[in-house]
Design a protein around this ligand. Structure first.
Ligand code: SAM
Length: 267
């Protein structure tokens, strides 16, 4: 019997009306989390890229470069290499994939938030990359794409915002071709003794202050920091990826575990 993770039902889907999800350090009704997350990204969209550089001191660029290096999109082939960059926001991962493939890859940038995608479209235009990109507004939990379509599914700093992570992972599995690859870049658990204290002080004190100074609002950045702490650590998240049906699951820590890149294959 073939294993069809997409057909499986998780506890979160059958959960009662009073099921909750974490929105930062707060528990909120599961059905409300997405609206709250959407508010955050509508608010930050126009300052999103500048804040990413400020908050990470540019490190996010290196992590994203490493993700795309690991994907290694082919530069040759009879047909375009098709990637779904989910929660693709303002396009950072998609642009890198198109450039790395020397414009052989075709990337669908999909995000639930029209404001983030709007910024992405403008940036793509300015960089001359629009011909290789499609922008599709969609929820990672219910993708409007046929099964077995994509060669790769990437998601960077997106999955922790999705209320039902298990559902999103099963959708990733469904839309990938057999032999397709999943890559998830996400903030993770710090593994270097001592770094955790410095990182906490920086995250909880400086990042909201930067948000206030640069983007005019500290609150969305408090959510971003808190949501990182609520995301499952490396091994637990790897187990969730396996539960969705992926094989050969592994991960690489970046910068002492501040971020981690998880990989899995649909075989
Ligand atoms: N991938 C981009 C990057 O690395 O710069 C953007 C990451 S941003 C921190 C998180 C993105 O996740 C936002 O654009 C947000 O709208 C998107 N998002 C949140 N929930 C989502 C969902 N259920 N489905 C699709 N996208 C979602």
């Amino acid at each position: 019997m073939s294993h069809d993770p997409a057909a499986a039902t998780s506890p979160s889907e059958t959960a009662s009306a009073d099921a909750t999800a974490s929105f930062g350090f707060r528990d909120v009704p599961l059905t409300e989390k997405q609206h709250l997350v959407d508010d955050v990204f509508h608010k930050v969209a126009s300052r999103y890229d500048v804040m990413n550089d400020a908050m990470s001191g540019g490190l996010h660029r290196l992590w994203k470069d490493a993700m795309v290096a690991k994907l290694s999109p082919p530069k040759l082939g009879r047909r375009p290499y098709e990637v779904l960059d989910m929660a693709g926001g303002t396009g950072d991962i998609a642009f890198r994939i198109v450039e790395k493939s020397e414009k052989k890859a075709r990337v669908t940038v999909s995000d639930i938030n029209a404001s983030m995608l709007g910024v992405g479209r403008e940036r793509a235009e300015k960089r001359g990359l629009s011909a290789n990109l499609d922008f599709v507004e969609a929820n990672a939990e219910e993708l409007p794409f046929e099964s077995n379509r994509f060669d790769a599914y990437t998601i960077a700093f997106g999955i922790r915002n999705v209320p039902r992570i298990d559902k999103a992972l099963r959708e990733a599995y469904r839309v990938l071709k057999p032999g397709g690859r999943l890559l998830v870049l996400e903030f993770s658990a710090v593994t270097v003794p001592g770094l955790d204290k410095i990182y906490d002080a920086f995250s909880f004190h400086l990042i909201p202050l930067m948000g206030k100074a640069i983007a005019g609002d500290a609150e969305p950045y408090r959510y971003l920091v808190e949501s990182i702490r609520k995301f499952p650590p490396q091994e637990k998240f790897a187990a969730m990826i396996r539960d969705a049906g992926f094989a050969r699951v592994d991960y690489t820590n970046f910068t002492g575990g501040i971020a981690a890149l998880h990989s899995g294959w649909k075989i």
